[in-house]
Design a protein around this ligand. Structure first.
Ligand code: MG
Ligand code: MG
Length: 266
């Protein structure tokens, strides 16, 4: 069953998503070639706990870290490690926080140093597809309208592979609630979108084939052809007229800009 949220619950979800978004900004400040991915995870966990939150991925079905960190051909559910990020990597970082019993969930794909033009385009189109989906998250539309908008942009218009096995989801007291929010589908189908529905919309878009496989670490999902993949996610409350985006990339993106300025001075 779908749990529709009251206005008060939506404010609590916004608060948790604010911590998620500010955690991303902490990561964005220091991500650069040579940094260990595990270091980013430690900084994120410390920041979340200092702000009264709990990292919700840690311990989720046995996942041992605060962040999912999925590098290059990794789509999602990658694990932080001693690997040092290198120039040209792209890293999807997914973060979830629970505070006051409510969960925030948002992901961003970061460039490490200078990245190829074709990979930059993949990232840009994936983020655009996310916002095309969000535009549809209004009262009176159907769930399939969100899925269709993402598919049209990333798949039909740009020819990228759209991952089907993994989907967005309802979010509230639990990280994963009903309904599922696929990144492909038919418009005018699925449940009607009603006030109080809160969903995580998260296109996972591959440069090549849409097919994926799981590595034998039991977590990391990679593309079949090992070409890069991108992932952007917002938690969104359905509203009349215009969707209410509870997470934000604002802090992250201004931190990225500052980071680039500082790095260029070195
Ligand atoms: Mg997420
Ligand atoms: Mg999610």
């Amino acid at each position: 069953m779908i749990f529709y949220k009251t206005a008060q619950e939506i404010e609590l979800l916004r608060e948790s998503n604010l911590i998620v978004s500010r955690t991303h900004a902490e990561v964005a400040k220091i991500i650069r070639p040579g940094i260990q991915s595990l270091k980013l995870d430690q900084i994120a966990e410390e920041f979340i706990r200092d702000n009264g939150g709990v990292p919700v991925f840690k311990g989720y079905r046995g996942f041992p870290f605060t962040l999912c960190m999925s590098i290059n051909e990794a789509v999602v559910h990658g694990m932080p490690s001693k690997y040092e990020l290198k120039e040209g990597d792209v890293v999807s970082i997914d973060c979830g926080v629970r505070k006051n019993g409510y969960v925030g969930d948002s992901a961003y794909t970061y460039c490490v140093g200078e990245v190829s033009e074709e990979v930059k385009k993949l990232l840009r189109v994936t983020k655009e597809a996310l916002y095309k989906g969000i535009e549809q998250a209004v009262v009176g539309k159907r769930l399939g309208d969100i899925s269709y908008a993402i598919q049209e942009h990333a798949g039909k218009k740009h020819g990228y592979g759209i991952v089907r096995e993994l989907v967005g989801h309802g979010v509230g007291r639990e990280l994963h609630e009903k309904p599922e929010v696929p990144n492909y589908g038919k418009r005018g189908t699925g449940p009607k979108l009603k006030q109080g529905l809160v969903i995580a919309i998260e296109p996972m878009i591959n440069m090549g084939t849409r097919h994926i496989q799981q590595l034998n670490d039991g977590w990391t999902i990679v593309t079949d052809d090992r070409k890069p993949s991108a992932h952007f996610e917002h938690s969104v409350a359905v509203q009349s007229g215009k969707a209410d985006i509870l997470s934000t990339f604002e802090y992250t993106e201004s931190a990225i800009e500052k980071n680039i300025e500082l790095t260029s001075l070195i």
